[in-house]
Design a binder for this molecule. Structure first.
Ligand code: ADP
Ligand code: MG
Length: 475
């Protein structure tokens, strides 16, 4: 391709942007690239099949017209889906899945279980009734990237605060999908916060909180348990989504209020935002949302690579012969997406393999070993807000229309579609969905879901439309 081609391409994009507007452009065309132009055909590519079919069905002529304005002899635009490593590897995964039991992922990186050899911090922590802290999960080993900068900064700030400092955000609420570093960050905070004797930081899983409380109740010293909790400076609760049971929730609510009102810090992690913690009562949810709520996004490729480099370096300290060449790390970072646990699993496999066979780690071996960790279409966490936004855009109504009580046909159908998608793409319950759609009753949601289910079985264009929306939300 010549620089003239590229200049022309830039002008075509500008033209397109001017015609469709910034929003539409950003949604559909931002990731479109020029591959080549030959004779009367220009070849463009986009990263996903969904984008391809959407552009083809809605904007094919527009795109061609923009090209023709620059280059009148073009008569055809060919759109393809760019292949990524992940996609080309996809067929192999199926084989691996059916190839029978897979090797266990539970190979310890460090050979020894350090948990038994840690110093006084964890002893003190466990004496307080805290959950065990993993010595590998510290700020030193936590790699900072775009998706977690804010969460990291907030956690660090909390860890470094001193008794008597003004609490800046309370509670600090961190949410993210599985394997994105919540536990790592929270445990880092607990280690660092307990490094001086001045303050007590207690790290508890929600389960530990429940069992501690239930056990205390059985032993009739619930009061003592509560008192003990209230003497700590920072209460850190991990995986709050697992908190269940009415009395524990009530107790959690009291503890939260007591601590916050006393100027103590509370830090929470969960797999969803406070508004989506359905089993908690509204007051608790709003209290949780009243501090600083930070989401950690998925681990980008750069961050994955950094994490792998750190992990490999750490492993080498215990296993001097374990040398993982950079191209192998790069391959894993590219192929294994999103989830930090799978990154760890991938490295552990390489380690196990190289220990067992005594062979050096090569790209080929890595490709074979991590095959089944490669998930081309790892389902994304779909949020109700995203569904509302995407559906509103598709049907040219506003999000407020979807939530409103208007009953005109042009909003009723999109609203039903959005509710249907909320039910099928998220784990939210009918009442929760109703609440998020302007406080509707769960029977209304159920009606919408059934309605769309019925329509989809007879109306193939609606079925296609819904399929497109689903893909767009999941990509
Ligand atoms: P979560 O609690 O969100 O499910 P974890 O904290 O257990 O996730 O992280 C899963 C794995 O990924 C752990 O091995 C963790 O050390 C690693 N990990 C995740 N994020 C990072 C990061 N930013 N830096 C280093 N390791 C990370
Ligand atoms: Mg966790």
């Amino acid at each position: 391709m010549t620089s003239m081609d590229l200049d022309r391409w830039t002008r075509v994009k500008d033209r397109l942007r001017a015609e469709v507007g910034d929003d539409v452009y950003a949604s559909w065309f931002a990731r479109m690239e020029l591959d080549s132009s030959e004779g009367d055909t220009v070849k463009l590519s986009v990263p996903t099949r969904f984008l391809k079919s959407w552009i083809q069905s809605h904007y094919a002529e527009r795109v061609l017209a923009c090209w023709q304005a620059e280059q009148p002899n073009f008569s055809r635009v060919e759109l393809t889906v760019r292949s990524a490593v992940i996609r080309t590897l996809a067929p192999k995964i199926k084989q691996a899945e059916t190839a029978g039991p897979q090797p266990s992922r539970e190979v310890k990186l460090n050979g020894v279980d350090l948990r038994h050899t840690v110093g006084p911090i964890s002893a003190v922590h466990e004496a307080l009734g805290g959950s065990p802290l993993d010595p590998r999960l510290t700020f030193e080993t936590f790699v900072i990237g775009r998706s977690n900068t804010l969460a990291h900064a907030a956690a660090k700030q909390v860890a470094q605060a001193r008794r008597g400092d003004v609490v800046m955000f309370n509670p600090l609420y961190i949410h993210a999908g599985v394997g994105l570093g919540k536990t790592h960050l929270l445990q880092s905070l607990a280690w660092a916060g307990n490094a001086t004797a001045e303050r007590k930081v207690l790290y508890l899983t929600a389960e530990k909180f429940m069992y501690g409380f239930v056990a205390a109740l059985r032993a009739q010293n619930a009061l003592a348990f509560k008192e003990a909790l209230r003497t700590i400076d920072v209460l850190v609760i991990d995986d709050l989504q697992f908190l269940q049971g009415r009395s524990t929730q009530a107790e959690f609510c009291h503890t939260l209020n007591a601590l916050i009102d006393a100027g103590r810090q509370v830090v929470i992690a969960a797999d969803r935002p406070p508004s989506d913690l359905e089993s908690l009562d509204e007051r608790v949810r709003s209290r949780l949302a009243g501090g600083l709520v930070v989401e950690m996004g998925s681990l980008g490729e750069e961050l994955r690579l950094e994490i792998l480099k750190c992990r490999a370096a750490a492993a080498r300290q215990h296993h001097p012969g374990f040398d993982v060449p950079l191209p192998v790390l790069e391959f894993i970072a590219k192929a294994v997406t999103h989830n930090g646990r799978d990154l760890e699993g991938a490295l552990n496999r390489l380690l196990a393999h190289s220990k067992l066979t005594g062979q050096p780690v090569t790209l080929e071996m890595a490709e074979r070993e991590v095959r089944d960790l490669i998930r081309p279409q790892e389902p994304k966490r779909v949020k109700i807000e995203d569904i509302q936004r995407v559906v509103a855009r598709q049907y040219n109504v506003s999000r407020a229309d979807l939530l409103s009580s208007r009953r005109t046909a042009n909003v009723v159908r999109p609203r039903q579609v959005a509710m249907y998608l909320a039910k099928t793409l998220t784990l939210r319950s009918l009442p929760e969905i109703g609440r998020r759609f302007g406080g509707r009753d769960h029977t209304t949601v159920l009606h919408a879901v059934r309605k769309i289910e019925n329509l989809v079985s007879t109306d193939s264009s609606l079925a296609d439309e819904i399929e497109l929306l689903k893909r767009q939300l999941q990509e």
